[in-house]
Design a protein around this ligand. Structure first.
Ligand SMILES: [Zn+2]
Ligand SMILES: [Zn+2]
Length: 131
């Protein structure tokens, strides 16, 4: 009779930065507040990780967390599912820009052909006409 708690805890793996910052800003001392906020913002978003991301941080576009190099991979800090969803979405709905480019290319090809045909026709007509 034991339920296995699985992936549902993904979000709690991340630090609640907003809450931390709010708590930090409760202080009356501005310097202290700034220092605290800075601290909150400059550590890896992975809960157990204390790595300072001051020098090098990687922002995750899925959870908007900021991670150190060891936790930057979405699969590692719990965004694996989001990545898979994104890949699937990209696969099912390819970037519209790409298709537009293709379409435009096809259009120019057609235009070139049309122009060629027009020129050919003109040339033919010119040869036929009497002076
Ligand atoms: Zn993430
Ligand atoms: Zn980390």
């Amino acid at each position: 009779m034991s339920r296995v708690v699985t992936e549902t805890a993904t979000e709690s793996k991340l630090k609640n930065k907003e809450k931390d910052i709010k708590e930090a800003t409760n202080s009356k001392n501005l310097d202290e507040v700034l220092e605290k906020v800075k601290k909150v913002d400059n550590t890896c978003s992975f809960t157990k990780c204390k790595t300072c991301t001051n020098d090098f941080a990687i922002d995750c576009k899925f959870c908007s967390g900021r991670f150190c190099t060891s936790h930057a991979l979405p699969e590692i800090h719990g965004c694996g599912e989001a990545v898979q969803r994104e890949e699937k979405r990209k696969f099912l709905h390819p970037e519209p820009k790409l298709t537009k480019d293709k379409h435009e290319k096809a259009q120019t090809k057609l235009n070139i052909k049309l122009k060629q045909m027009q020129l050919e026709r003109k040339a033919k007509q010119g040869g036929k006409g009497k002076k």
